[in-house]
Design a protein around this ligand. Sequence first.
Ligand code: HEC
Ligand code: HEC
Length: 76
Amino acid sequence: MKSIAGFFIFVALVVGFLLLFPGKKYPPIPADRLHTPGQDVAACMECHGTGKKYAMKKTHPPKFECFKCHEWPRKG
Ligand code: HEC
Ligand code: HEC
């Protein structure tokens, strides 16, 4: 019985951490002419790749799949 209670406390703590910490907000993809839903990652890199005009910061998280973090605006 004791271990079951412990398990629930553990789960509650894990859930609490998940809710508190990755509270990092991802800037959405702007709704302007430069960004059109349907562009692929290769297109993004034309402007946001290393050395490009609008390169992502060096502190940018590992960038594999832009759309996992950056969402297209709902409208547009
Ligand atoms: C033609 C160049 C160009 C292309 C292609 C492009 N971007 Fe951008 N992006 C910009 C510019 C310029 C800005 C900043 C000005 C603005 O709001 O448009 C920007 C801003 C952003 C921002 C917002 C940054 C902030 O601080 O709010 C995100 C996120 C972003 N782009 C993601 C993407 C993704 C994902 C793609 C591929 C689907 C992409 N961009 C393709 C030029 C481009
Ligand atoms: C793991 C999540 C994640 C992925 C994947 C990701 N981003 Fe980001 N992006 C972020 C976060 C978080 C920020 C805000 C960083 C900050 O404020 O320092 C950001 C910021 C940006 C910005 C604003 C300028 C900057 O460097 O802070 C641009 C442009 C951008 N991302 C483009 C992209 C593109 C293009 C891709 C795909 C190649 C991509 N991101 C993939 C999380 C992500």
